[in-house]
Design a protein around this ligand. Structure first.
Ligand SMILES: Cc1cc2nc3c(=O)[nH]c(=O)nc-3n(C[C@H](O)[C@H](O)[C@H](O)COP(=O)(O)OP(=O)(O)OC[C@H]3O[C@@H](n4cnc5c(N)ncnc54)[C@H](O)[C@@H]3O)c2cc1C
Length: 536
């Protein structure tokens, strides 16, 4: 392969969407990926498949009238953008573009290609000290991100201009080639034998993912709000999201921004069957569990509850020190509320088995319980609190967890449930608030005591911070063109998806309203493909 019109680095959904658009514009396209063909689709194929969409039929049917203006107000508040201009100029412009275009150019475009969403959108990231989603906007793809990736791959492979597409796997791109200031191709080596290759192109689109697959880089860019990074950071990103292409872009004068903005998760556990070093899973943290620090003290004064501000959970846990936290619950809570983000541990949704999905929702997810309790090293189980604390300490190989602290926390919480409404405990107040939305009510216990003898055994989960998404990245303008230090586009060079901080080098700001990642890949990839096609 020596020459093509448009060369795309990365076969995640950003790259795939770029390829679809470039083919539709009649261009010859080469898509190169380091990974093997089974992993075509990148992180999206492992993802949950939640997409942030605005003013959709699903929202309307549930009685919500959303609008781009409302969504933008939520986005800008939650993102806590620094400045009007400077490095946040392009991120803000991308945020505006996203909310304006997402209904038709993300949700509608996917729907036209056969994607279906759950009828009830989830209400995530409602905000805590800063305002978040003022209504449900997280539209779950029926079939998870796996179906999304498969659908887009099908759309690419079945494209009417398929003969103009060259797909190459096990191709590691290492450098960008230039001629008189214009990017003219890439160079790299084959994963299998290290032999070199080069490819010329009229334009190159970098869609090689973020930096969060490299724990070394995550540590290097650790945000100052989080103090010192914990000794253990689990890896929940792509094994090849190592920032190599970010370096290549920076080497040409391309601007990288906001690399310390990341979307990491607070409830990471070790994958029972790891496929990479420190492979982490991100639990959807059960709301009815008590969140304790490494010493067994309940984290507070404001108790930690998911659904409001994911970044705040990470910040609070890092402040506690100790390197990890614990969530304490019982079997009944685990069966109803335990979930793992992603396609792998949601087979009934991934495989679109409606009856199995409804059974798990109504009767409890026994399959997931068995996958985690036992096989996952971070789960410990016991019938009594003293036994549980003994096992927590044995797991960690120290005596850090204090039985008296755990007992005090549990008894105070259970007493607050027994006291009833109005609840004196803020966690219970939050659960009451969440349960007002049917999408949450069905997945949240109705004020469940921890020491309820009928709900046992007791379970403690040791949780680490898990690295996931890069909110910062390669700065791009609204045409996905890579910008240099003076704000001028670098000729022939584009970036999209997580590589570009989902657009503009950080379109989320400091926090994400969730579901904007997959959506950002679709939108940014499509724009990059269209613009590159126009200019080659
Ligand atoms: C478990 C899980 C659940 C998630 N759930 C959601 C969700 O519900 N909603 C949401 O919005 N987001 C979710 N995400 C995030 C979302 O999946 C990713 O942010 C998104 O898929 C990134 O897509 P991308 O195309 O930018 O990059 P990637 O998917 O990372 O693809 C990049 C590709 O580039 C290749 N590559 C890297 N370096 C090179 C190189 N040097 N040369 C050649 N190829 C290279 C890689 O092999 C890879 O195939 C989730 C992620 C995970 C892991």
């Amino acid at each position: 392969m020596d020459n093509t019109d448009i060369l795309i680095v990365g076969g995640g959904i950003a790259g795939i969407c770029a390829a679809i658009e470039a083919l539709s514009a009649g261009r010859r396209v080469a898509l190169l990926d380091r990974d093997t063909p089974e992993n075509f689709g990148g992180l999206a194929r492992e993802s949950f498949g939640g997409m942030f969409l605005v003013d959709t039929p699903e929202q309307r049917r549930q009685g919500f009238r959303d609008s781009p203006d409302l969504a933008l107000a939520d986005w800008l508040a939650f993102g806590s953008f620094d400045e009007q201009g400077g490095e946040d100029r392009w991120p803000r412009a991308w945020a505006e573009t996203y909310v304006q275009r997402c209904r038709d150019d993300i949700g509608g475009w996917l729907r036209a290609g056969g994607i279906r969403y759950f009828p009830v959108p989830n209400w995530v990231e409602r905000g805590l000290d800063t305002h978040g989603n003022s209504m449900p906007r997280f539209h779950m793809v029926w079939g998870t991100g796996h179906a999304l990736a498969q659908n887009l791959i099908g759309r690419l492979q079945g494209h009417p201009q398929r003969q103009n597409l060259t797909l190459r796997f096990s191709h590691r791109v290492e450098a960008l080639l230039t001629n008189e200031g214009r990017v003219t191709g890439v160079a790299g080596s084959h994963e299998s034998d290290g032999s070199p290759f080069e490819c010329e192109a009229g334009a190159v689109i970098v869609a090689a993912g973020g930096i969060n697959g490299s724990i070394e880089r995550v540590r290097r860019h650790w945000h100052s709000d989080w103090g010192q990074a914990p000794a253990t950071l689990l890896n929940g990103s792509h094994r090849y999201a190592d920032g190599r292409l970010h370096d290549a872009v920076a080497g040409l004068g391309g601007r990288l921004t906001h690399l310390d903005r990341m979307w990491n998760y607070a409830a990471g556990v070790h994958h029972p069957r790891p496929r990479k070093p420190d492979h982490g899973l991100s639990l959807v943290p059960p709301r009815s569990a008590l969140w304790l620090n490494a010493r067994g003290e309940r984290i507070g004064p404001r108790p930690l509850v998911t659904g409001f501000d994911t970044r705040d959970l990470v910040t609070q846990i890092c402040r506690q020190g100790g390197g990890h936290s614990w969530q304490l619950m019982n079997r009944r809570i685990a069966l109803k509320e335990l979930a793992v983000s992603g396609a792998e541990f949601n087979p009934s949704i991934r495989d679109r088995r409606l009856l199995a999905f409804l059974r798990d929702l109504l009767l409890g997810n026994r399959w997931l319980y068995d996958q985690m309790v036992g096989p996952c090293v971070d789960f410990v189980v016991a019938d009594t609190l003293p036994e549980l604390v003994e096992r927590m300490n044995a797991l960690n190989g120290d005596e850090a967890v204090d039985l008296a602290a755990v007992r005090g926390a549990v008894e105070t919480y259970d007493a607050a449930i027994a006291h009833g409404t109005p609840f004196t405990d803020e966690q219970l107040q939050r659960i009451a608030l969440l349960r007002q939305w049917k999408g949450d009510r069905i997945r949240t216990c109705k004020f469940q005591k921890i020491l309820d003898p009928k709900a046992g055994p007791l379970i403690a989960v040791r949780e680490f911070i898990v690295s996931r998404k890069s909110l910062g990245g390669i700065q791009t303008d609204l045409s996905s063109r890579v910008l240099d230090g003076t704000g001028m586009p670098i000729a022939g060079l584009y970036a999209a998806g997580e590589a570009a901080g989902f657009g503009g080098g950080g379109m989320h700001g400091l926090r994400a309203l969730e579901g904007t990642f997959l959506g950002g890949c679709v939108l940014g990839g499509r724009i990059a493909g269209q613009d590159a096609a126009k200019n080659t």
